[in-house]
Design a protein around this ligand. Structure first.
Ligand code: DGJ
Length: 713
């Protein structure tokens, strides 16, 4: 039998390796994280290279740090045993690798406390080609009574470098994904949320850590991480006394000790990560491929272009107005009409955001013939019909609130406190889960032609208290999210293919826990295209373009062409009054939809390259290249309006150097001519080495280039 000291567990993907070692005492440690070695046999030598300098520092690299025994650093797990004791130690017992498919394997490592009947299984799901790892833990015990989990992280990584450069995001409504990059100093930097719902409003769990120097687009080593959880999260990044980086990621244990009865287990959400030594661009393309292949429903499929009525009408519409919009949908040439907020509530009509949430019956004044007649009208016009819901929420002015006060999250002895005049329903309660599921299910049952759902979530949780959970209040934040996922699971098992947009007053809930159920997300209510360039740029590090719902609206001061071009970098939609467009604007929009339909396979399924960073230059330039490198599209924008700001030749990326390409300008406004010379043909080598000037300036603020390989050249 191998001695424990000899147990080396390689966690390997195509380019990367993490090495775990169970040492002579049975402690499981991370001894390497980074690029894979060419000779796998050399992994045995790694343990000998790094020496810890003392008793205490010897446990800093624990692969899942327990607390209350020898470790005094931030733990991954801490518990109160059935007998009240608060110490935990975890020793390696066994591990096993299961091949789930040609590309996916799953490693399980069982750890057990030598003193208490308490165990943790670490799971690593490895997506080989994409270099993506999903890591989580399953915690269980057979003690004589209940054990309280005081902290229960999903993953605990350990990285070695000279310095660590964290890119994190902050934001608010209409200001999502504002990046900040800082050098991590010793001690702990925490990214967290305690908002309950709309958890990413101020800060998402997505982050990057570049090693040794700030992250480059095409060079340098960078770790991407994100928790697949749509609730409170906590990511601790600790530069430890040995100058190494400990990353501990999981559900936020704030106000959330979780009680586990004997024999029960607790599964943490997945912590998602990828690593690249070729920069942020490479890491993001790996995540995109992974997301399309394995996570986002219909990630390799199609999406509907659409006309939305939110900004065109807000709450002010009726059947005949909507009839006109449905006809406009066809006129515009998009696939679907999306009816937004305001269609429901009778005793408390939803004519503003202060009433009606929870009463999901059509408003009889606005829609005397119900949704059925609108769905039918859409069918007659040859377009699809979609609808907005916000099923987790309730306005105090609603029948639902009067009928089920016990379903509402609020403190029994304190005054109610509202976010957008609404409160959150208690999804920890199975009766509420049934209610929420029933809203969606009955919409489909009554309207079989319904083709799309926009699921909104506009409030955070104030006064967190569940009437249902009674004495188990500390489970509330966790059970809420579990309840939400149960509902979404049921919806997806009955309606697996229906497209659904994840909206949270913008990007307040964009994470891969939710994106398992949604085909697209709404990055921001801020649709000013200039702002959207920045917001979409940052989201694109983590999510593929096919999932980004981008609408043309009247926000901002940019010309219509600029607005449409920006919206084309994802799933295109419109939220403008088509009837008010002058003939050439209308013609432009109609032509754009056709152009988009020809380009969308490249935008949705191609590899994305960021060419010019709007945060660093006057130009933003983003490129999508199809997998055969036969065609590409490049979006270029002026983002700085100071005198003299204009483009220079931009180096393209991702092309085949041997291929010859013709570069043309597309999506031109009617009556305008391209400033580009379309006669010259360029090799991929030329375009990637010398570059191409899209001629973006104050008179040509947005330019879309199309590249096509010349056959036989
Ligand atoms: C917030 C969303 O982000 C908007 O797009 C719109 O659906 C409103 N809610 C409706 O209340």
């Amino acid at each position: 039998m191998l001695s424990r000291a000899q147990v080396i567990i390689p966690v390997i993907t195509e380019h990367n390796a993490m090495l775990l070692q169970a040492d002579k005492d049975g402690d499981l440690k991370t001894i390497y994280f980074g690029r894979k070695l060419a000779d796998q046999a050399e992994y045995n030598k790694v343990a000998g290279v790094y020496h810890s300098s003392g008793d205490y520092t010897g446990v800093l690299n624990s692969a899942y740090t327990p607390s209350g025994s020898r470790n005094l650093a931030e733990p991954a797990i801490s518990v109160t045993h059935a007998d009240g004791n608060r110490s935990l130690d975890l020793k390696y017992v066994s591990h096993q690798v299961d091949k789930l498919s040609a590309n996916v394997s799953q490693l399980r490592i069982l750890l057990r406390d030598p003193v208490y009947a308490f165990e943790v299984t670490l799971y690593y799901k490895l997506y080989y080609k994409e270099d993506v790892v999903e890591q989580w833990s399953v915690i269980a015990h057979h003690e004589k009574g209940k054990v309280v989990l005081d902290k229960y992280a999903s993953a605990n990584l350990y990285l070695k470098a000279d310095s660590y450069w964290l890119t994190q995001y902050h934001g608010d409504w209409a200001r999502e994904m504002q990046p900040e990059e800082t050098r991590l100093t010793h001690g702990i930097k925490t990214l967290d949320s305690k908002l309950g719902t709309r958890a990413n409003l101020f800060e998402p769990s997505m982050f990057m850590v570049a090693l040794n120097r700030p992250a480059g687009e095409d060079e340098g080593s960078v770790l991407y991480g994100s928790l697949e959880w749509s609730g409170n999260f906590k990511i601790d990044l600790e530069v430890d006394p040995l100058d190494n980086l400990r990353v501990i990621a999981g559900i936020n244990n704030f106000a959330s000790p979780y009680v586990l009865t004997p024999g029960e287990d607790f599964t943490t959400p997945e912590f998602l990560y990828t690593f690249s030594d070729k920069g942020k661009g490479d890491a993001s393309r790996k995540l995109h491929t992974w997301a399309r292949n394995y996570k986002i429903p219909n990630g390799k499929g199609s999406r509907y272009t659409l006309l939305n009525n939110w900004e065109a009408t807000y709450f002010d519409f009726n059947e005949s107005k909507l009839g006109g919009l449905i006809r406009d949908t066809r006129k515009l040439g998009v696939d679907l009409f999306l009816l937004d907020d305001g269609w429901f509530g009778n005793k408390y009509p939803r004519n503003g955001d202060h009433a009606g949430l929870g009463d999901w019956q059509e408003n009889k004044e606005k829609l005397p013939n119900g949704l059925v007649s609108l769905v039918k009208e859409a069918q007659t016009e040859g377009v699809k019909f979609g609808i907005w819901v916000e099923p987790e929420m309730v306005n105090p002015k609603s029948d639902l609130y009067a009928k089920h006060p016990g379903w509402v999250i609020k403190q029994p002895k304190r005054p109610e406190y509202y976010f957008r005049n609404q409160l959150v329903l208690d999804l920890a309660n199975p009766a509420v889960q049934n209610f929420v599921y029933g809203i969606i299910d009955s919409l489909f049952i009554k309207n079989p032609g319904l083709a799309y759902i926009k699921w909104d979530c506009n409030a955070v949780i104030y006064n967190a208290h569940s009437n249902y959970l009674d004495k188990k209040q500390s489970q509330f934040y966790v059970d809420y999210v579990k309840g939400l996922y149960k509902v979404l699971e049921r919806i997806r098992s009955k309606y697996p293919t229906v497209p659904m947009m994840l909206c949270s007053g913008g990007g307040g809930r964009v994470d891969y826990g939710a994106m398992k159920y949604f085909t697209e997300y709404w990055p921001s209510d801020n649709t000013d295209p200039l702002e959207r360039i920045f917001i979409q740029w940052e989201y694109s590090y983590f999510f593929p373009a096919i999932a980004s719902a981008n609408h043309v609206t009247d926000w901002g001061k940019q010309p219509l062409k600029f607005r449409v071009d920006v919206a084309m970098m994802g799933r295109l939609g419109f939220d403008i009054v088509i009837g008010k467009l002058n003939p050439s604007d209308l013609l432009f929009c109609q032509n754009s939809v056709k152009t988009y339909n020809s380009l969308k396979p490249i935008v949705w399924q191609g590899d994305q390259y960021r060419l010019a960073d709007p945060g660093k230059s006057s130009i933003a330039s983003v490129m999508y290249v199809d997998s055969t490198k036969a065609s590409a599209v490049v979006f270029n924008y002026l983002v700085n309006y100071r005198y003299g700001a204009e483009s220079k030749p931009i180096l393209l990326k991702g092309l085949d150097p041997q291929k010859q390409y013709r570069v043309t300008e597309t999506n031109l406004y009617p009556g305008t001519k391209s400033a580009l010379d379309v006669q010259t043909v360029y090799s991929g080598d030329f375009l990637m080495t010398v570059g191409f000037d899209p001629i973006v300036n104050a008179n040509r603020r947005s330019v879309v280039l199309e590249l096509k390989e010349l056959p036989g050249k």
